[in-house]
Ligand binder design. Structure first.
Ligand code: SAM
Length: 292
């Protein structure tokens, strides 16, 4: 049976926007009614009708109904722990180089926003294996993921502390949204394939510094970079063009690191051995005089 993607079906998500830009998310079901200050809107009015169409509430107000993007959905979905915002989701996929077919270990399911973005990026041929310490978050996180993505057989959720160890090996990517990722550095180093990428989302700079120092001390991570994204929306009309007054001023920092061979450094004794035709290169931490 072919589904007409121009029309809403039972079970679809619909994003309702009123003329002031206020948004609500509906999960369309037979016989359900959406109530707001604008009046009631029967789900049955939308089911079988056009996506991108205008609908009238019983009080005569007109609203627009479209399909939510992933970003719309995560902002509207029921939350437990703090979600990763859409502005960071996009960058996590890019900076973490989450590619179709990748195997990704994720630390912390929470409300499932980041997991949904990772599942989309790895596609049906990829896998996301999530370690979540708090079993009580599962129903909310799983239900959110199901609403936006449907069934996801390529998602495995393991109840456990990611700091205690990751059992998988030759993993392409590790994405962490847990409070103390420095505790996971050693196990992440063991599980990543050579050239694999660790990405960590952290809200404060003190956490970032602790993570970066731990990554450097481990010696198996190189190309360690930290970024922050500020996203500002704009108000554009015929008479005025300016930034919007409100924005999400801070969410968090993204730190990435690439799993490599430990750095080979040449000590003075290596150099003298070289001069005698011997090469004996030791494996150490940083001693090349760069800023500490
Ligand atoms: N990324 C999620 C999202 O976008 O909805 C939110 C994650 S929330 C901020 C952090 C999650 O990590 C919580 O669900 C918490 O229970 C979990 N967590 C904290 N420490 C953990 C650990 N050591 N191992 C596994 N999960 C952990």
């Amino acid at each position: 049976m072919t589904v007409d993607r121009n029309c809403f079906q039972v079970g679809d998500l619909a994003l309702i926007q009123d003329r002031k830009g206020r948004r609500n998310l509906l999960s369309l079901a037979d016989g359900q009614v959406f109530h707001s200050h604008l009046g009631r809107l029967d789900h049955d009015k939308l089911i079988g009708q056009g996506v991108g169409d205008w609908y009238r509430t019983d009080k005569g107000h007109v609203v627009l109904a479209v399909r939510p993007t992933l970003g719309d959905f995560v902002l509207q979905m029921p939350r437990g722990p703090q979600i990763v915002y859409p502005k960071d989701l996009g960058l996590i996929v890019t900076l973490g180089d989450i590619f179709p077919g990748a195997t990704v270990i994720e630390g912390g399911l929470g409300s499932g926003a980041l997991t949904s973005a990772l599942l989309r990026a790895v596609g049906e041929k990829g896998r996301v294996i999530n370690y979540e310490i708090q079993e009580s978050w599962l129903p909310k996180g799983q239900s959110n993921i199901k609403k936006i993505l449907g069934d996801t057989p390529n998602l495995e959720i393991k109840i456990g502390d990611i700091y205690e160890g990751i059992s998988e090996r030759d993993v392409d990517r590790v994405v962490l949204d847990v409070p103390e990722p420095w505790q996971a550095v050693s196990t992440v180093g063991d599980c990543l394939v050579m050239g694999g990428i660790l990405l960590s989302f952290l809200p404060t700079v003190l956490q970032v510094q602790k993570l970066v120092l731990a990554l450097e001390a481990d010696t198996r991570f190189q190309i360690i970079e930290t970024t922050e994204t500020l996203l500002r929306t704009w108000h554009v009309t015929e008479r005025s063009v300016r930034p919007d007054h409100r924005m999400v001023a801070h969410s968090g920092f993204l730190t990435t690191a690439v799993r490599c061979q430990p750095r080979l450094i040449r000590t003075p004794s290596d150099l003298s051995a070289d001069n005698q035709g011997e090469i004996d290169v030791s494996v150490e931490g940083e001693t090349d005089g760069r800023d500490e």
